[in-house]
Each structure stands twice: as structure tokens, then as C-alpha cells.
Design a binder for this molecule. Structure first.
Ligand code: GDP
Ligand code: IMO
Ligand code: MG
Length: 428
């Protein structure tokens, strides 16, 4: 079996953590390949609830080797905090490996994230404030600090000096903040070196060897297709490639080895932060989805914006990522609705668009064209086969499957580990 990739099909929080956990016992490696601690994955195992940000969700499964690969931006303080919290709960984290080429989030990235957002005022993105954008900007600008730099004090000092040179002018002269001392940053980063050193490995080489040996590697995407810096609703996006291509560039495993691409899609839509969202609801239906689905951010606690299922977005996601299977999550949240609208196309100033418009202005003006499906009242959380679902729930799934460009291979009916219907095996 080649490598498997899990990606978010909408604007994040689709239930990727739970999907990773579902495959957990059958995989050998789980790789986080993009983003950083802007992600928030909730995994519920029995009575225990885990919230993971920087660490891949697969770390919760015994025997799996978790990897943070080169495409990730790492805040070392958060890394150790998250590890310590898991250790305190009895989770074995000793297998974690980190790429020497992953970039580091420092204090000045967090500061810049917050002040630039404040300066944007009404035009702000609504970032998580974790320093993600500024750290990726430094990477692309070739002034980033990488994990390997923490083990060479001279190089580290030169790089921090280089990075702070311009930034201090910006902080002091434009943003009215105090300058950041080079030594303050160097001392802090060096203090992480000893604990980090044993975790550092050539993760690209290791993953390719594992695949050569027939082991199963799962790539766990953070964020989602519509937040991808190239393919999402730019500029209201994150700063990494959260689509399946990011699994290749972000890990050093070639694209032709990524054969199973699993898109995680909610039975409705949510979004955190600013940006266009055609099916967003501002009425009691939106409130129904938010309260029934507990739609509050895992990372920032912000209430998520809620709306109906958007089929053109699912089709776009299927195309951009090469989705082979969808996992449809949170179908149970729709229980109790009389009718369930699904967006099948958009009206843009009187013109019908069957596919997502390429122009952001058109997407901003898109008014959903809905088709309505009858709802159901039966509790579906106990359903374990497709046939256990009420007829109207089955029909809803079949209808959105036909519109979405790939088969719906599993269906989430509750947050728990076993609250899932598997229609097609996701590993074989
Ligand atoms: P991620 O960022 O994609 O990993 O998703 P989050 O963890 O941020 O948000 C998904 C939320 O939905 C979590 O609280 C999960 O426990 C929960 N969840 C996942 N699948 C289901 C499902 O099928 N039904 C319900 N009711 N909750 C689910
Ligand atoms: P998971 O992995 C939902 C959003 C932020 C903001 C934009 C940019 O849990 O699905 P950033 O801090 O990345 O520069 O913020 O992206 N965002 C997410 N929204 N789920 C996430 O991750 C997100 N990660 C970033 O709200 O709009
Ligand atoms: Mg999340």
C-alpha cells in the first residue's frame, strides 16, 4: 500500500483528527507536513478528549511513529508544552521525529502576526496569532531559522541578526513597538537544543525507506483546501500548501507515491476567521448548526461561522487534490432539521456558475442556488452500517456524493472513535 494523504476539503475543522485516529492502528508512520500550531484537532477516545495543535493526531496511537516534516513551522515552546501534556496523561511520545529542515517560529514572528493584523484593521485575516504567516514569509524570503540552526550557535546568531535587521526597523518605526534583542532570541532558541537534538532526523530519507519496505505512511494535512495559499480564498488563507501537493513538497516523498487521497468533508460547512463564504447562515439555522455541532475553535475558542453544504466547493476540492475518497463527518448534527438545503451552483450577478468562480470578486458576490432535501428525526449516532441510517439520511448522503466528485467512503455519526460507518476500506 502506498502513502495515504488526509486533507481538509472545506475551510478546516472537518474532523481530520478523528479520521487520522480511525486509521491509526493500521499505519506505521503519521506525518504532519504543513502549518504549525494554528491547527486544532480534537480526538475523543472513550471518556478522554485530546486537543492537538502542533503534533500529528496519530501520536495518540501506540506503535505509530509520528513525524513533523520539513513543510511545518515549529514553535519549540509549544512543541514541548504539548509533549509534556501528553506525557502527563500517559501517552508514549518517545518515537516523535522532527525534520532538520523544518522552520522555527520565534517570538518576533508571533509579535509581527499580531501587530500586522491590528494594522490591517477592517481588512484583517483573523489569523490565529501564532506567528504562522511571518514564519513562512521568512522561509520564502530566505531569512528563516531552521531546526538544524539550533545546533550551531554561530550560524544561529548570524541568522537571527539577519532576520531582525529589517524587522526591528519595522517594529520601531512603523508599529511603535520596542526592538527585539538578538541575544534574547538566541538564548531562548539555544535553550531548546538539547531536548530537540535526539528527535531530529532525515525524515525524507526515512519515509522513502519505509515506503520501500511496504510500510504504511499517513500524511495528515492541517487546515484545508480553501485555506491553501495557492488554491484557497486568497488572501483569506493560511500561509502553507494544505492541499495534497503540500504532502510531497512538505515531506520529500515524491507525488507519484501519494496514491490514496482522502478528503475530509463536513455534512455542512464552517469557517473561522474572515473571508468569503457563500452558504454562510446568519439566522437560527446557523445557530442550530453551531450549537448542535459545538462549532467553537479548538485553537482560539472563536465561534465558527456556519452554513450549508457547498457542492461546488467539494468538487473543486476533489479536483485540486485528486481526492479518491471522502470521509463525510458530522452527519448526526443535521438530525432534527425539516429540510436540508445544499448549494448546487452559484448565481453571480445574474449569471449561473456551476463550478467555483476563479475570480475572488465573483466568489465574494456568489449567491448559492439551493436544492432542498427532506431531513430526519431519528438519532443516528448508533448507526454502524449505511443501511442503519434512516432513508432520508441515506438519500442525503447519496445526493451529495453524486455532486461531489468522489465516493463517500466513511460517514461520521458522532465524535467518538467508533461513531463511524465505513462503506469502503480506506487503507486497502
Ligand atoms: P480538524 O481540525 O479537522 O481535526 O477538526 P476539529 O477537531 O477542529 O473539529 C472537528 C470536531 O468535530 C471535533 O470536536 C470532533 O470531535 C468532532 N467530530 C468529528 N467527527 C464527528 C462526527 O461525525 N460527529 C460529531 N458530532 N462530531 C464529530
Ligand atoms: P485545522 O487544522 C480552521 C484560519 C484562521 C485564519 C486563517 C489564517 O484545525 O483545520 P493563520 O494563523 O494560519 O495565519 O490564519 O486560517 N485557520 C484555520 N481555520 N481550522 C484550522 O486548522 C485553521 N488554521 C488556520 O482562522 O482565518
Ligand atoms: Mg481544527
Amino acid at each position: 500500500m502506498p502513502a495515504i494523504v488526509i486533507i481538509g476539503a472545506q475551510w478546516g475543522d472537518e474532523g481530520k483528527g478523528k479520521a487520522t485516529d480511525l486509521l491509526g492502528s493500521r499505519i506505521d508512520y503519521v506525518v504532519k507536513f504543513n502549518g504549525g500550531n494554528n491547527a486544532g484537532h480534537t480526538v475523543v477516545i472513550g471518556d478522554e478528549k485530546y486537543a492537538l495543535h502542533l503534533l500529528p493526531s496519530g501520536i495518540l496511537t501506540e506503535g505509530v511513529t509520528p513525524i513533523i516534516s520539513n513543510g511545518v513551522v515549529i514553535d519549540p515552546e509549544v512543541l514541548f508544552e504539548e509533549l509534556d501534556a501528553l506525557i502527563a496523561r500517559g501517552v508514549d511520545v518517545s518515537k516523535l521525529l522532527v525534520s532538520a529542515n523544518a522552520h522555527i517560529i520565534t517570538n518576533y514572528h508571533r509579535t509581527l502576526d499580531k501587530v500586522t493584523e491590528r494594522f490591517l484593521g477592517k481588512r484583517q485575516i483573523g489569523t490565529t496569532g501564532r506567528g504562522i504567516g511571518p514564519a513562512y514569509a521568512d522561509k520564502i524570503n530566505r531569512v528563516g531559522i531552521r531546526v538544524q540552526d539550533l545546533f550551531d550557535e554561530n550560524i544561529l546568531r548570524q541568522k537571527v541578526e539577519g532576520a531582525l535587521d529589517q524587522k526591528n526597523h519595522l517594529l520601531v518605526k512603523v508599529y511603535n513597538r520596542r526592538a527585539i534583542e538578538v541575544e534574547e532570541i538566541v538564548t531562548e532558541l539555544l535553550s531548546y537544543a538539547d531536548r530537540l537534538r535526539p528527535m531530529v532526523a532525515d525524515t525524507g530519507l526515512l519515509l522513502n525507506k519505509a515506503l520501500d519496505d511496504g510500510e504504511i505512511v499517513l500524511f495528515e494535512g492541517g487546515q484545508a483546501t480553501m485555506l491553501d495559499v495557492d488554491h484557497g480564498t486568497y488572501p483569506f488563507v493560511t500561509s502553507s500548501n494544505s492541499t495534497s501537493g503540500g504532502a510531497a513538497t512538505g515531506s520529500g516523498v515524491a507525488p507519484n507515491r501519494l496514491e490514496r487521497i482522502i478528503g475530509i468533508v463536513k455534512a455542512y460547512t464552517t469557517r473561522v476567521g474572515a473571508g468569503p463564504f457563500p452558504t454562510e447562515l446568519h439566522d437560527e439555522s446557523g445557530e442550530f448548526l453551531r450549537s448542535n455541532g459545538f462549532e467553537f475553535g479548538t485553537t482560539t475558542g472563536r465561534p465558527r461561522r456556519c452554513g450549508w453544504y457547498d457542492a461546488p466547493i467539494a468538487r473543486y476540492t476533489a479536483r485540486v487534490n485528486g481526492v479518491t475518497d471522502f470521509v463525510l463527518t458530522k452527519l448526526d448534527v443535521l438530525t432534527g432539521l425539516k429540510t436540508i438545503p445544499v448549494c448546487v451552483a452559484y448565481d453571480v450577478d445574474g449569471v449561473r456558475f456551476d463550478e467555483m468562480p476563479v475570480s475572488q470578486s465573483d466568489f465574494h458576490h456568489s449567491v448559492p442556488i439551493y436544492e432542498e432535501f427532506p431531513g430526519w428525526d431519528e438519532d443516528i449516532t448508533g448507526a454502524r452500517t449505511f443501511e442503519d441510517l434512516p432513508k432520508n439520511a441515506q438519500d442525503y448522503v447519496l445526493a451529495i456524493e453524486a455532486m461531489s466528485g468522489a465516493r463517500m467512503s466513511a460517514i461520521g455519526v458522532g465524535p467518538g472513535r467508533d461513531e463511524i460507518i465505513v462503506r469502503h476500506d480506506l487503507v486497502d
